[in-house]
Design a protein around this ligand. Sequence first.
Ligand SMILES: Cc1cc2nc3c(=O)[nH]c(=O)nc-3n(C[C@H](O)[C@H](O)[C@H](O)COP(=O)(O)OP(=O)(O)OC[C@H]3O[C@@H](n4cnc5c(N)ncnc54)[C@H](O)[C@@H]3O)c2cc1C
Length: 511
Amino acid sequence: MKKRLAVIWVKRDARLADNACFAEADKLGLEVLPFFCFEPSVLAATDTSDMHIHAQWQALKGLRQALRKIKADIVIAHGEIIGKLTKLHDQVPFSHLFAHEEIGNNITFQRDKAVAKWCLENGVEYREFPQSSVRRAGVNRDKLQQLWQSRIIDTKPLPIMKIRQGEDIRSMAAKTAFPKLPQFTFNRLWQPVSEADAHSTLSDFLNHRGCWYRGGISSPNTAFTAGSRLSVHLAWGTITTRQVWHAVRNRISNLEPDDSQSGRWKQSLNAFLSRLHWRDHFTQRLESEPDLEFRSLHPCYRDLRYENNEHLHSAWREGMTGYPMVDAVMRCLKATGFMNFRMRAMVVSFACHILHLDWRLIHPHLACVFRDYDPGIHLNQLQMQAGVVGMNVIRVYNPAKQLADWDSNCRFVKHWLPELKNHTAKQILNDEMPANYPARVVPFAERAKLMTNQLYAIRKSAEAREATKTVYLAHGSRKNEKLIRPKRPKRTPRPSSPTLFDSLEEDTNAE
Ligand SMILES: Cc1cc2nc3c(=O)[nH]c(=O)nc-3n(C[C@H](O)[C@H](O)[C@H](O)COP(=O)(O)OP(=O)(O)OC[C@H]3O[C@@H](n4cnc5c(N)ncnc54)[C@H](O)[C@@H]3O)c2cc1C
């Protein structure tokens, strides 16, 4: 006989507030048992690292503490999910399994399908709830704004629900200790991840740091404080986009008009809100095209030739390329797990356009050093910065220019490259490097030309232009919609004029 019990399968959503699973259980009057499973197949995936395992471990610790305060608890298991669900079901035959829709890599995608099948075979009612505006199994691109409006803007975040959990279930859960996972290292420079930390980060951003967002997020010297730093929380689900969106709107409407900084605050918070929107835009792409992990969105760039030289790959991973800005970013990422958008884009552009490494080759390492790794954003950004989406301007970041523009006093590079400690900014900017710093592994300009020639040759072909239209209609941001409407030319274009799709740009690097 089944118990009217909903097992709440916690994945990337270790939080109590704005949690549709708890809300549904409350609505149906069900007893609940939160359940998390560290799965060996996920832990061993090439895009999983200690940074991620630790983030989940910390988030779960926070959730357990919060649950214990309200006299409830969570089961934390270690093993493949089907086996663990079967064991739990044998112990307590539960009637429902609730989870949030996860938009992850192929491993979690296949795993979710297996869980749905297991529920069907075991008479368990399985329900999945969205936690963003992304629609399962894809959606017509034109409907995305409606979903954002209805799920994020028009719906208030859910409050913390009353949790029904009987003493027998609570004591069974309380007995499950944190499993002993294969040894993982922990670095104190990693950003803490828990529901409580998410809210304090948001509050600190909205009341202190956020004023400097606009103008502050491009430099690696200021982005650590001027950026919201909410990415880890949004990625691991300790806060939702909806909670953040409503808190920001609330802050904007409460800005004092007499405050001399109010104009600056408003510009910064509006710039932040548009970035928040990009999350779902990119995640929807992965949901609609699960193959993005393995092949480029644009079909014509799938056979692009890369060298994939292991020596260059290793120099890039270790921050030993001889390009100080690239090396400092790669070493900083390894230590802290964080970097701002511009610098992430630069290291991808450098790897693909200058070192000629395939974006699929560099994907696992980057995923592993991003504590906020979120496959939907990550895979799309990798492809965009590699220039294989077809809708974007092909942008080759010059690390020397990025250094001069965003770290002109060389504070950042000197911090992360001890070899440069005794060098002046002038020497570094003039590329007068000490003997113990590696020489440049490849020349910049020639290598950039080789790759951009290849990319432009594809881009200009009739086949690629046709395919770009299809890609754009399915996935492009509608801000450029007018560009796909046929326009009567004012005068006959010269043969060398840029064509319609050369200017179809989806630039998420507004700063
Ligand atoms: C190659 C590459 C890979 C990336 N991989 C990830 C990733 O795995 N996880 C991740 O969260 N971000 C990723 N980003 C986007 C971006 O760099 C980070 O979200 C941002 O630097 C996090 O800092 P923040 O929270 O202070 O961001 P803020 O600027 O405060 O932005 C707020 C939130 O908006 C979202 N966001 C910001 N920029 C973007 C963007 N360009 N596209 C989509 N959503 C965005 C993030 O959720 C972020 O937390 C990647 C960017 C590049 C170029």
